[in-house]
Design a protein around this ligand. Structure first.
Ligand SMILES: Cc1cc2nc3c(=O)[nH]c(=O)nc-3n(C[C@H](O)[C@H](O)[C@H](O)COP(=O)(O)O)c2cc1C
Length: 210
């Protein structure tokens, strides 16, 4: 039952974006008519920088909804993010008698995507709301852009490399430059690819907002 309530957040999209080659040219008929971006944050340091990416995505015309994993929630101050987006930050599956608090999604960004969530997503595991929504999005052919953020050691792990290859094979756009990841000894270093994520969102909309 909880699984079904998760599906209701995105099933209304049917295969629209797939029919449009992954581009979001026709905004969904949400009350404010903007296309809806589900921004998924996992438990890694760049999640603290999410509000800046929310603002730039809103500037590009997206109605942004933030979903975090339970670990991601510890990196994020939910109240200001909810105020910024106008939507509650969702972490857990809801019960069927609770209302859908988010509009249906048109596209997903996973930023940051942990080693853990990338591997679980590639294995089809749905033990967090974030993964449940992402797994359904894969099945529905919705556009997904992921920015994995393992350290350089974890990025060389064979399971992680296989997971990234598998997600790419499914059509997930994975933005990953090993040269920009933090080293295990210096976890706060590295350069998170926010500009590349912004460019990916722009190309999803099919126009250049600059
Ligand atoms: C302070 C801190 C920083 C972390 N940084 C990262 C990171 O940069 N990348 C990563 O893949 N995991 C990182 N982790 C580990 C993840 O949070 C952990 O694997 C967690 O289970 C991920 O859960 P999630 O994938 O559901 O978000 C960090 C953990 C802590 C406590």
């Amino acid at each position: 039952m909880l699984y079904i309530s998760c599906l209701r957040n995105i099933c209304a999209h049917r295969a629209r974006s797939a029919q449009e080659g992954g581009r979001i040219n026709n905004p969904v008929a949400t009350p404010d008519a903007r296309p809806v971006l589900y921004l998924v944050a996992c438990g890694a340091g760049p999640a603290r920088q999410l509000p800046g990416f929310v603002r730039s995505s809103q500037d590009e015309g997206w109605d942004v909804c933030v979903i975090t994993t339970p670990a991601g929630a510890t990196f994020l101050d939910a109240d200001p993010v909810a105020e910024l987006t106008g939507h509650p930050v969702r972490v857990s599956y809801k019960h069927p008698d609770e209302p859908d608090v988010l509009p249906p999604a048109d596209a997903f960004v996973i930023a940051p995507a942990t080693f853990n969530t990338i591997n679980k997503m590639a294995a089809g595991i749905s033990d967090t709301l974030a993964l449940g929504l992402l797994n359904e999005a894969v099945g529905l052919g919705l556009p997904i852009v992921a920015a994995p953020w393992p350290n350089t050691a974890l990025a060389r792990h064979p399971v992680f490399q296989a997971s990234v290859a598998r997600l790419r094979d499914w059509g997930v756009r994975v933005i990953l430059d090993p040269a920009r990841l933090p080293r295990p000894a210096d976890p706060d270093a590295g350069t998170f690819p926010w500009p590349e994520l912004r460019a990916a969102l722009t190309s999803l909309r099919g126009y250049d907002a600059s």
